[in-house]
Design a protein around this ligand. Structure first.
Ligand code: HEM
Ligand SMILES: [Cu+2]
Length: 597
């Protein structure tokens, strides 16, 4: 690579780069007071508010996780260690059912589905397009309010029951809902029989679903309508391809969930036989409906994460992404394949042998586009100038964890082995590797990567790396051993277990404490950066997608004097030089990008 001297400070070229401090005003200082936030239609502020809410949801779900793991640290009752009669023990077990329901439902509906699209997507999608905002800014705000309203309602329903069970309240007043103990899946026939708050819970899910649909609609419209001239589909950053594919699923699959919970309500309230055999319904039909949404929904969870990783792997190894077209196309392929594999959740439900084999085969096919991505990441890393900063550490962790999560999906997709693994801790380990190991790690990677852009402050890299390594170690300690416990027959959703599983559970619970400490380090580092962080340059990583062409934090309208996306290849880093004085990158004078092939 030829060396082009850095422009000296003060010369014309340097003045044109956005690396100088912003002119006072940015989206955070633009407008003060509660209402300027509550009624904002600025996608960046909406992203920040989503961030606060979704992190709070993660906190609630996380406390539940620790409660679950603590209960499981040893056989017998742990949480209610004073429980010494049958009634108290009984209430302990019932509490466990509610705890895993709260944990799973909050993590899925309130945390992992909105995490990357609603926070990071809202934050950077329009800027990556060189646009001022999303296509429908008011709809965006409505989506936030659906999320807030739905979440408060849902949390209230869930916790009513936890509190009631904890204090042994028999007759709860109507405004004190009875909680949920069905698991996040609401399976019939149990969900039509239990006297917990299924009805209200499903209303909560219904509202949260709308939030997700509205975000999807907005992103699709924005990518179609606001893509600037000169940014063809082949120049769209891969994160946006991933969000686009995700949005297709959000729009097509989420309504199915909404209709399913409506049918559940119709059955419960009006006594119409849909799922209940006593009324002439079919409980397996429920599973079909549910997984027709929820399998694609797991791709709503993972695709945005894959998009984040595509950006980070390339930027932090300073090398053009390998196989751009294949990565983009595999996002779409995953989204489409995702719709035809739902039956792999139902191998033991009594569905026909033919269906079982077909779903088994189809499921394997999803492995192909997933592996395409991993291979392309590895090829990008190969010979790259890898920088082991915290976003990259998470991204490398992601590749490892996603590979384990993906590979252990194969024995679950294979009919013969799934019969054995079904409903064991093998499944719990598998889906945590995908949801936590992959999506959560991608989320943290993206947070650390875009943090300087979002807040104009750098993170303390040393602590960011310690946090990343601890979450990685803690995560594997918690969940890897569960593959073994599961393959030896430890069933999921049980509060108590046989002595033979003691060491596995003890190890897993201790691991979860390490993970928790790691996550708190991450959180404290974020908070510390807001207060004491070094000011961030416009482009700390030398990235080239458009959000790095504007100051950190961006001005209210994203770009101070417009942007020239003409011919910008987001993965061509040759146009930037490192400038020590700002600890960031500045544009090379007169750099003409070559067409990349
Ligand atoms: C951060 C540390 C976490 C720990 C220690 C943890 C632990 C657990 C435990 C012990 C269970 C109960 C397993 C069973 O008996 O079936 C569980 C279930 C579950 N977890 Fe987590 N979890 C964590 C994070 C997450 C995250 C981030 C997500 C989602 C993105 C998640 C999603 C779920 C789901 C969907 C279930 C199933 C709930 C059900 O059976 O209805 N977990 N988790
Ligand atoms: Cu599935």
């Amino acid at each position: 690579m030829s060396v082009i001297p850095n422009p000296a400070p003060g010369d014309v070229a340097a003045e044109k780069t956005p690396t100088e401090p912003p002119h006072g005003d940015n989206y955070i200082t633009h407008g003060k007071g509660f209402l300027s936030w509550a009624l904002t239609i600025d996608h960046k502020r909406i992203g920040i508010m989503y961030m606060v809410g979704v992190l709070a949801a993660f906190f609630i779900g996380g406390i539940m996780a620790i409660a679950l793991r603590t209960e499981l640290i040893a056989p017998g009752a742990t949480l209610m260690f004073w429980a010494n009669d049958d009634a108290a023990l009984n209430s302990n077990w019932r509490l466990y059912n509610q705890l895993f329901t709260v944990h799973g439902a909050v993590m899925v509906f309130m945390f992992i589905i909105p995490a990357i699209p609603a926070i990071l997507g809202n934050m950077v999608l329009p800027i990556m397009l060189g646009a001022k905002d999303v296509a429908f800014p008011k709809l965006n705000l409505l989506s936030l309010y659906c999320w807030i309203g739905g979440s408060i309602f849902f949390t209230w329903i869930l916790f009513g029951g936890v509190i009631g069970t904890l204090f042994g309240i028999q007759d709860m007043p109507w405004y004190f809902p009875k909680g949920l103990d069905t698991g996040w899946t609401f399976y019939t026939p149990y969900s039509t029989e239990t006297n917990t708050g299924v009805l209200l819970g499903t209303i909560g899910v219904f509202i949260l679903g709308f939030s997700s649909i509205l975000t999807g609609v907005n992103f699709i419209a924005t990518i179609h309508m606001l893509r600037p001239k000169g940014m063809g589909w082949g120049k769209l950053p891969l994160f946006l391809w991933a969000l686009y594919a995700t949005a297709i699923i959000q729009i097509l699959a989420t309504p199915v969930l909404a209709i399913t919970v409506l049918l559940l309500m119709a059955e419960k309230v009006l006594g119409i036989g849909i799922f209940d055999p006593a009324l002439g319904g079919d409980p397996v039909l429920y599973q079909h409906f549910f997984w027709f949404y929820s399998h694609p929904a797991v791709y709503i969870m993972i695709l945005p994460g894959l998009g984040v990783i595509s950006e980070i792997i390339s930027i932090h190894s300073r090398k053009h992404i390998f196989g751009y077209k294949f990565i983009a196309a595999s996002s779409l392929a995953i989204a489409l394949f995702g719709f035809i594999v739902w039956g792999h959740h139902m191998f033991t439900s009594g569905q026909s042998a033919l269906l079982n084999s077909v779903f088994s085969l189809l499921t394997m096919s999803v492995a192909i586009p997933s592996a395409v991505k991993v291979f392309n990441y590895l090829a990008t890393l190969y010979n790259g100038r890898i920088r082991l900063d915290s976003p990259m550490l998470y991204a490398l962790g992601f590749i490892w964890l996603f590979t384990i999560g993906g590979l252990t999906g194969l024995p679950l997709a294979a009919l013969s082995t799934d019969i054995h693994y079904h409903d064991t801790y093998f499944v719990v380990a598998h889906f945590h590797y995908v949801m936590v190991g992959s999506t959560l790690f991608a989320f943290l990677a993206g947070m650390n990567h875009w943090w300087p852009k979002m807040f104009g402050k750098m993170l303390d890299e040393k602590w960011a790396r310690i946090g990343a390594i601890m979450t990685f170690v803690g995560f594997n300690a918690t969940f890897f051993i569960q593959f073994i416990a599961g393959s030896q027959g430890m069933p999921r959703r049980y509060a108590d277990y046989d002595q033979q599983y003691f060491w596995y559970h003890l190890f897993s619970t201790l691991g979860s404490y390490v993970l928790t400490i790691g996550l708190f380090i991450v959180l404290f580092n974020w908070i510390h950066s807001l207060r004491k962080g070094k000011p961030a340059p416009a482009n700390p990583w030398g990235a080239n997608s458009l959000e790095w062409h504007t100051p950190s934090p961006p001005p209210h309208a994203n770009f101070e004097d417009g942007v020239e996306p003409e011919g910008v290849d987001p993965y061509d880093y040759h146009g930037w030089d490192y400038d020590e004085s700002i600890d960031g990158y500045v544009k090379k004078e007169g750099y003409v990008p070559k067409e990349h092939h």
